[in-house]
Write a protein that binds this ligand. Structure first.
Ligand code: C2O
Ligand code: CU
Ligand code: CU
Length: 496
């Protein structure tokens, strides 16, 4: 048995404790009077906002350690410009975003603009850049004039440290505004993250076993707050920009008693917003949601989602890795109180322009496919007990920045089959070029769905098509359980 598989087996006891601890948290919750108990019920806050003017937004983002309010307590954490989340950046299609990243951490970092369709080269969205402690780096992101509106976000991407830095508070929202505004009474940015603080308010370091499972924090936070509250009048239409900034936690979101319509997922807008009851956001996914308010109190909850575990392959160890408990109502993320006199009905949504000749030019299902590829996401000991097959890999290989794994012809359309032979889900993310999901577990999706993070379920398979137009250069794809990415489940793509 290799040293690594010994480590895997040896870690199982610890993982049992982790799962038990999480269970305890759920049941004790409000009765707990320990110093680590979150303070709930505060007014929902919004991150500060920076908006482009005249086609440009210039910002300085300083990544630094300090005291931040988290879950109503003072925490020793990391943030951008003194906030968790960092400032929300609001852009228009065609804008230029200039970010001077100043690294005041005691470790290397860098910046990634997750989901933006921009160049990965040079001072663009280049994750191979390393910004050392005390250094600055000037990024310039040029959004095409037809950049899809939607919800995006930024976070560090220095391989090996991504999960730790996000868990400690380094993330923020990016909104690309609609060319035609959607009439709403209020717009809210809801950045959902999780973390664990010790009794002294420090972000905890997690075990190797938690990394392999994908860490889930004890605190689930919305804009750094624990179950904050906000109010509305009945009959209003609000727009919520939801971001799953958790390192590994899946969010099956519900808001009982209110009417939700999904305007978009990840990037772009649906032609018609569709009613939804439950929204599954894998780590990295975003949702653009309309909420039509009805009188009463509603709690935004993260319901149980079973994303599998590493135990199955060994026939022992911790039970399924879960978010919440199957029988519980789910974790309370935020509380909406709707009361007062009914508001005037909101202006109707303006329909998107009709498709040319009844055909969606963005539908890749009828495109000529230049290459078919298979990408296999493997984790843990699933491939056998041989040392080389251990760990977190794509097509059997751990990430190496020096190696190019996939070379694609610029301008072509490819079909990728993503397979996951492991007993836990892996959310697959491709930088720069959005994926069109055409098939999921043998089921054809009609219409296809655009995603930049697509969940590949345990023992499952997903087919996507990608149009490699607009940009060339080297970028990455990886599992967005960021512990898995840090452990090696990432590959390099070069478009040329
Ligand atoms: Cu949000 Cu490469 O990541
Ligand atoms: Cu990304
Ligand atoms: Cu993974």
């Amino acid at each position: 048995m290799s040293r690594r598989s010994a480590l895997l087996l040896g870690g199982l006891g610890a993982a049992g404790t982790v799962a038990g601890g999480a269970g305890l948290w759920w049941t004790l919750d409000s009765r707990s009077s320990s110093r680590s108990a979150p303070v709930t019920g505060a007014d929902l806050s919004q991150p500060s906002e920076l908006r482009s003017t005249g086609g440009r937004l210039e910002v300085r983002l300083e990544a630094g350690a300090g005291q931040f309010p988290l879950a109503g307590r003072q925490a020793q954490a990391l943030g951008y410009n003194g906030g968790i989340p960092g400032p929300t950046l609001r852009l228009l299609p065609g804008d230029v975003l200039n970010v001077r990243l100043a690294n005041s951490l005691d470790q290397p970092t860098n910046l990634h603009v997750h989901g933006l369709h921009v160049s990965p080269e040079g001072s663009g969205d280049n994750v191979f850049v390393v910004v050392n402690p005390g250094a600055v780096h000037d990024y310039e992101y040029r959004l095409p004039a037809d950049h899809p509106p939607g919800v995006y976000w930024y976070h560090p991407h220095h391989h090996g440290m991504v999960a730790d830095q996000i868990f400690a508070g380094l993330f923020g929202a990016i909104i690309v505004e609609d060319p035609d505004p959607v009439p709403v009474s209020t717009e809210r940015v809801l950045v959902i993250s999780d973390t664990t603080l010790d009794g002294g308010g420090n972000v905890v370091r997690v075990s190797q076993m938690e990394r392999m499972l994908g860490r889930e924090g004890e605190l689930i936070l919305v804009n750094g707050q624990s179950n904050p509250e906000f109010t509305a009048m009945p009959g209003q239409r609000e727009r919520w920009r939801l971001i799953n900034a958790c390192v590994a936690r899946y969010l099956a979101l519900r808001l009982d008693g209110q009417q939700l319509q999904l305007l978009g997922m990840d990037s772009g807008r649906f032609r018609t917003p569709s009613p939804v009851e439950e929204l599954l956001l894998a780590p990295g996914n975003r949702a653009d949601v309309l909420v039509t308010t009805a009188a009463g109190n509603s709690i935004l909850r993260a319901a149980y989602y079973d994303r599998g575990s590493m135990a199955g392959m060994m026939g022992q160890g911790p039970g399924p890795r879960r978010t919440g408990q199957p029988d519980a109502a789910g974790a309370a993320l935020a509380t909406l109180r709707v009361a007062g006199s009914t508001a005037a009905s909101p202006a109707p949504l303006s329909p998107l322009p009709p498709l040319p000749a009844g055909r969606d030019p963005d539908d890749l299902r009828t495109a000529a496919v230049a290459a078919h590829r298979q990408l296999t996401l493997s984790s843990g000991a699933g491939m056998g007990m041989g040392g080389a097959m251990m760990g977190f890999t794509i097509n059997g290989r751990e990430f190496s920045a020096a190696r190019t794994d996939t070379t694609v012809a610029a301008g072509s359309v490819e079909e990728w089959t993503l397979t996951n032979p492991s007993p836990m889900d892996h959310p697959f993310h491709l930088h720069v070029w959005p994926m069109q999901v055409i098939e999921e577990g043998g089921r054809v999706l009609d219409p296809p769905e655009w995603r930049d993070v697509v969940n590949v379920p345990a023992q499952g398979r997903v087919k996507v098509r990608v149009a490699f137009k607009d940009f060339a250069g080297r970028a990455v794809y990886h599992c967005h359980i960021l512990d898995h990415e840090d452990l090696g489940m990432m590959g390099v793509i070069e478009v040329r």
